[in-house]
Design a protein around this ligand. Structure first.
Ligand SMILES: [Zn+2]
Length: 115
């Protein structure tokens, strides 16, 4: 499953950051999840709870911030937030737009425990 490889990579990233900061545990993992990232939040959370048991994230809580699609219009220079797959400017209805956010998953914050 797609979400499993994402979680494996996420936990690896957490472990590297924990090691760099001499942390003994991670209590909170906060991620931003773009609605177009193709990641299903429920599956991601289940996968995280399964894989975290092996390592330093064992007692951590996964917080997901769902990021809507942020589209910038090249015609009227306004920005639009969409909660669906849509790149049309809601101000002037142009499709001459750029996607600024909402397409990826990003690690935002870690809460570490140090001894
Ligand atoms: Zn526009």
């Amino acid at each position: 499953m797609h979400e499993y490889s994402i979680v494996t990579a996420l936990i690896e990233q957490c472990e590297q950051l924990a090691a760099k900061n001499n942390a003994t545990a991670i209590t909170r993992v906060e991620i931003k999840l773009g609605i177009l990232s193709g990641v299903e939040p429920g599956l991601l959370s289940t996968a995280f709870d399964t894989f975290k048991l092996e390592g330093i994230c064992r007692n951590s809580e996964l917080i997901m911030q769902i990021q809507p699609l942020l589209v910038a219009c090249n015609d009227c220079n306004k920005q639009t937030l969409h909660n669906e797959r849509c790149v049309i400017c809601s101000h002037c209805h142009s499709s001459n737009t750029n996607v600024l956010d909402g397409e990826d998953m990003m690690l935002m914050q870690l809460e570490l425990e140090q001894e």
